[in-house]
Write a protein that binds this ligand. Structure first.
Ligand code: ATP
Ligand code: MG
Length: 396
């Protein structure tokens, strides 16, 4: 959907609120992205109406974050987050405010936002309300906190991770005071939940300028308060030097876990990643090491599976300063006579029936020998052939 269309669709929400006597504006990331000419993915609306008033104005709403003043307004099948102007008072734990207070002033609402580029509003006529000069900073490609950087990071330390991830996503630099405050307040990141750090790190790693953002983490010392990275400055600097633009976000994680830890599984568990992601990265690193040691054999491709093989070979190429050739890996994988154990024409159950031996590890070993022979082209993947071959090899 085009940016214009996104805002057009949300316009009736603003108009209805205004008709009911309230103020309402477009705010946040969508307004920033519109000015940057980046694709907008969701439009946030801020209003002087308190949640109960918003719910009176619209017939279809969902309470998605009522304590924080957010109501989802449903308009022609699309949901728009409408949030009451608010301030956040006293942060005693460096993360969430003790209390949010609804206010009737847009200025107060913009003032509590993190960076100048995120503290702009636009009215229904497309006019900008930009009290902190976000547009000037965007033109200078600068990330700058609204007000004192030290205070803003003490209120909510996650903002420092947000600064680093925006550096990656937008290819922006950090304003000098903002960067200095990050260096001075880095330890406060220790108060932030790992899940929230992972969320920002995923965005950082997925952004086009992950190299710059990793340098920000190093230069400010933020990395020391991220899971498994304290003491890993050298490894991280090595990662930041690689041509990371050639990798997908997932492949950057593979290179990171490979360089920063001897035990990738526990490194990634420290980041509280879902098991499925951990499994894939760990398998990819195993494959990566085998690629480095012995090159890409058909047996390795078979054992890894296509996803890990493609990701591992991309990471291996970047680490070796070579060009990756994923198409070649895919072509070779497609040419394999079997792609997984399920494709084998026999099962462990059949082996047991054919043999006079009791159940045991020999079945697993015999299946693996069979797979190896089939992959090597020495044996056809055909039931009778396999039985004959297993008997000839004394594997039954
Ligand atoms: P994205 O494009 O990734 O969604 P965003 O800027 O919209 O970026 P959100 O997390 O969706 O980020 O937040 C919406 C807005 O809320 C931000 O633009 C900012 O104004 C404000 N905001 C979000 N997180 C914070 C925070 N930790 N401190 C202060 N303001 C914040
Ligand atoms: Mg957003």
């Amino acid at each position: 959907m085009s940016n214009d269309l996104f805002f057009q669709q949300a316009l009736p929400v603003i108009e209805r609120l205004e008709k009911a006597g309230f103020e309402a504006y477009f705010v946040g990331g969508a307004v920033r992205d519109l000015f940057l000419n980046r694709p907008v993915h969701d439009v946030d609306i801020a209003t002087s109406a308190v949640p109960s008033e918003v719910k009176q104005v619209f017939s279809h709403t969902v309470d998605v974050g009522i304590d924080h003043g957010t109501v989802l307004v449903l308009q022609n099948g699309t949901g728009f987050e409408v949030t009451t102007f608010r301030t956040e008072s006293s942060y005693s734990d460096f993360r969430r405010p003790d209390r949010v207070e609804f206010v009737r002033s847009l200025y107060e609402d913009l003032k509590r936002r993190d960076f100048t580029m995120n503290a702009m509003a636009m009215n229904k006529a497309g006019e900008w309300i930009d009290p902190f000069h976000g547009r000037t900073d965007i033109q200078k490609r600068l990330i700058r906190t609204v007000g004192s950087a030290g205070e803003r990071f003490s209120e909510d330390a996650l903002r420092m991770m947000r600064a680093a991830r925006f550096a990656s996503q937008l290819c922006f630099s950090l304003d000098a005071e903002t960067k200095l405050a990050m260096a001075n307040h880095a330890p406060l990141l220790g108060h932030i939940a790992v899940e929230r750090k992972l969320n920002e790190m995923d965005k950082l790693v997925g952004g086009p300028d992950r190299k710059r953002a990793l340098s920000v983490l190093i230069e400010t010392g933020l990395y020391r308060f991220l899971p498994g990275l304290d003491g890993q400055e050298k490894a991280l600097a090595g990662l930041a030097k690689l041509p990371l633009e050639k990798l997908s976000a997932g492949q950057v994680w593979i290179a990171a876990a490979y360089l920063c830890s001897h035990d990738p599984a526990s490194f990634l568990t420290g980041w509280r990643m879902p098991q499925k992601r951990i499994k894939h990265i760990v398998q990819s690193i195993r494959t990566l090491k085998q690629l480095q040691a012995d090159g890409a054999s058909d047996w390795l491709l078979f054992q890894s599976g296509i996803d890990a093989a493609v990701d591992a070979s991309a990471a291996a190429a970047v680490l070796a300063g070579k060009e990756a050739d994923p198409q070649e890996i895919i072509r070779r994988f497609k040419a394999l006579p079997i792609k997984s154990r399920q494709d084998l024409a026999v099962t462990g159950k059949e082996l047991l029936q054919w043999s006079s031996r009791p159940r045991g590890v020999w079945i697993k070993e015999a299946l693996e020998q069979t797979e190896k022979a089939v992959i090597a082209g020495k044996l056809q993947n055909e039931r009778m052939e396999i039985e004959r071959w297993l008997r000839a090899c004394n594997l039954l």
